[in-house]
Write a protein that binds this ligand. Structure first.
Ligand code: FAD
Ligand code: NAP
Ligand code: FMN
Length: 595
């Protein structure tokens, strides 16, 4: 893949052009005048201010599933309106040495894994210490995206913010830590950070107007996360055979007249409803009728029953509720668990426990309906990797979903969205959805390039899309899939389809790992190791290496196996193998979509 793929500067100068930041800003401003913008690509100065007065600004992003990347483009656009000449860089493509010359830097990054950088920020992060020149002139501010359900909330954004300060950069504006509803804190941070980075060049009237004018998301289509499309679920098919321990579904969602488009590698966001039986049980436990007026997720009044069905998470225990119960029940264990620095013990306590368990265990604690919903988190959409290609299925999106059901503390539990899709969505009617673009996860642009895909379980989803895509465009690059699941007889997802692709030659190699067909577990990474020499040959011939599926265990083990494959096949020490894998990442040839 081309090294410049993820920078957004059309028609700005490439950052490799041999100019100082000031010269670049001047020339970018000049280009902006030559190519007045009709749409809004990022990284472009758009203010009508004279080009020589534009201030250079580097906008850096680290993003796994596309949120921070979208926000980076918005930063550049907004900055353009305020007299900056912004250039957007993916963090891995931004050499830390450039911090020596960049005077203004805004960073927006998510956190992945357990407080770790997203993949496209990893190599930047590891080279930040070793290659950073000192002293730094940079004035910076960080907007961290995260999810407060994770123990290390915004962990990477926090680490990066501290590291830059440690290296001598000046924090121009305090870091913003944004939860899943990032729109409001992001807009506030952007407004303030741009003001702090300062533009004395703009006339006060222009500045005031642009401050009031931050656009919500001009790059999104008509339907988006903020305005989901009411789609129709037209197919719901179980992919596992009788006797399987799993329930993996193939769903098809009609996009109707939405004009929504997608690409192979994108995900679909789905807004689900909670299980009505669970809503009934929560209401009964709290002795509410469900008719009580309470604020809904957007602050507007709704009835409590409706709020618990559609507006708030009612399974996962939020920290605020735990704290409330700890304070009012006097329960020593809850008190201990809500003290700072108990992450490990708290995670163990929360695993398999839901809100209903806490309420039943503490019937003595009373809430008003409004107090109760104020302690809950907003119901978030769930993302699913799209398993179809728009080349073969432009009007329908396919999803491959593991239906989450398990027993804990003597109760049957259900994942909110996967069981909603499997059990209730068809009967209810319109399904609110949106497309979450993921520019970081695409089939190779080069149709001749080989592609290695590791996708056990539902990890097969985007690779089905990639294969459909490659078949449709007549790509000649070889394709190798590692797939695994529990049992060959019942869990070989898309068995027939993959068989046809194999005989058609679209799938050059298919290696299978059915974990429970023998006494010892066999996983996809075992197959990788068994084929180390050939896998390495593919990599050497320019293959892209993709991984999709479980993040906590599988993706980590596959990463370890990849290092071992390189080490063994190339007969090099571990450090050299690690360097090789880092280079794959830098070249965007090691891409992951893990969850
Ligand atoms: C970019 C991205 C792409 C994704 N693509 C896919 C995809 O293609 N297919 C797919 O199926 N999923 C995919 N997911 C995961 C998906 O978004 C949901 O997280 C998943 O469907 C569970 O959501 P839910 O609402 O059904 O369950 P939730 O209500 O969110 O419940 C899940 C939670 O239940 C708990 N839990 C689950 N099992 C157990 C257990 N055995 N014991 C105790 N606790 C347990 C865990 O706390 C878990 O976090 C993707 C996620 C991301 C971020
Ligand atoms: N919270 C958890 O503990 C947990 C665990 C797994 C999956 N999940 C979630 O379940 C969903 C995905 O389920 P899925 O249907 O896609 O499949 P999956 O549960 O990930 O299983 C697919 C296959 O991967 C195997 N596997 C298990 N551990 C592995 C490892 N370390 N390395 C490689 N392969 C491994 C499984 O074997 P075995 O099952 O026989 O070991 C199975 O054969 C995701 O949302 C994922 O995050 C959660
Ligand atoms: C597998 C996985 C791991 C995550 N780990 C963390 C975490 O440790 N801390 C955190 O604050 N957020 C975590 N998040 C939440 C993401 O940071 C959040 O969804 C963010 O909006 C994603 O932005 P992006 O699309 O730019 O990557 C995680 C999300 C996923 C799917």
């Amino acid at each position: 893949m081309e090294a410049k793929e993820n920078q957004q500067f059309i028609p700005c100068l490439p950052e490799s052009a041999p100019f100082t930041p000031e010269q670049r800003a001047y020339l970018n401003g000049f280009l902006a005048g030559l190519f007045p913008r009709t749409s809004a690509p990022a990284g472009m100065p758009v203010q009508a201010a004279p080009p020589e007065r534009l201030l250079p600004l580097s906008v850096l992003f680290g993003s796994q599933t596309g949120n921070a990347e979208k926000l980076a483009k918005r930063i550049a656009k907004e900055a353009g309106k305020r007299g900056f000449a912004a250039t957007v860089y993916e963090l891995n493509k931004y050499p830390p040495t450039q911090l020596a010359s960049d005077e203004r830097v805004l960073i927006v990054t998510s956190t992945f894994g357990d407080g770790e950088p997203p993949d496209n920020a990893r190599t930047f992060w590891t080279s930040l210490d070793s290659t950073t020149p000192k002293p730094l002139r940079t004035r910076f501010s960080v907007c961290a995206l995260g999810d407060s359900n994770y123990p290390k909330f915004c962990g990477f954004g926090k680490d990066l913010d501290s590291k830059l300060e440690l290296l001598g950069a000046q924090r121009a504006h305090p870091r913003a830590d944004c939860d899943l509803d990032f729109e409001e804190p992001f807009t506030k941070w952007l407004n303030e950070a741009l003001s702090k980075l300062g533009n004395a060049n703009l006339a006060p009237a222009q500045l005031a107007q642009s401050r009031n004018d931050i656009e919500p998301d001009a790059t999104s289509p008509k339907y988006s996360r903020a305005n989901p499309f009411p789609a129709t679920l037209v197919a719901n098919r179980k992919l596992n055979g009788p006797g399987s321990e799993k329930d993996t579904r193939h769903f098809e969602i009609a996009l109707g007249d939405s004009e929504l488009s997608y690409e192979a590698g994108d995900a679909m966001g789905v807004f689900a409803r909670n299980c009505p039986q669970l809503v009934g049980e929560v209401l009964a436990t709290l002795r509410f009728s469900g008719d009580e007026p309470v604020p809904g997720r957007d602050g507007l009044e709704v009835q409590l029953g409706e709020a618990l069905l559609r507006h708030y998470e009612i399974t996962k225990i939020p920290p605020a509720l735990l704290k409330w119960l700890a304070e009012r029940s006097g329960d020593q264990l809850l008190k201990k668990l809500t003290a700072p620095d108990v992450n490990g013990e708290l995670s163990r306590y929360l695993r398999g426990r839901e809100i209903i368990d806490l309420l039943l265990a503490h019937l003595e604690v009373k809430f008003s309906p409004t107090e109760f919903v104020a302690l809950l988190k907003k119901l978030q959409p769930r993302l699913y990797s799209i398993s179809s290609s728009p080349k073969t299925s432009p009007n329908h999106v396919h999803l491959t979903v593991n239906v989450v059901r398990y027993d804990s503390l003597a109760r049957s539990r259900k994942g909110v969205c996967s069981t909603f899709l499997a059990e209730r969505a068809e009967a209810i009617g319109p399904l609110p959805i949106f497309v979450q673009t993921n520019q970081n996860f695409r089939p190779p642009r080069d149709n001749h390039a080989p592609m290695i895909m590791v996708g056990p379980g539902t990890g097969i989803a985007p690779f089905r899309a990639f294969l459909h895509e490659r078949q449709a465009v007549g790509a000649t690059g070889k394709n190798w899939l590692f797939f695994g699941d529990q049992r060959a007889a019942t869990d070989f997802l898309y068995h027939e389809e993959l068989g046809t692709m194999r005989s058609d030659g679209v799938l050059s190699r298919l290696d299978l790992a059915f974990s429970r067909d023998q006494a010892e577990k066999v996983y996809v990474q075992h197959r990788m190791r068994e084929n180390a020499d050939e896998l390495f040959l593919w990599l050497e011939s320019g293959a892209y290496f993709y991984v999709c599926g479980d993040a906590t265990r599988m993706a980590k083990d596959v990463d370890t196996a990849l290092h071992e494959v390189v080490q063994r096949a190339a007969s090099v020490p571990f450090e050299k193998a690690a360097e090789y894998v880092t280079n794959l990442r830098k070249q965007n040839r090691y891409l992951r979509d893990v969850y």
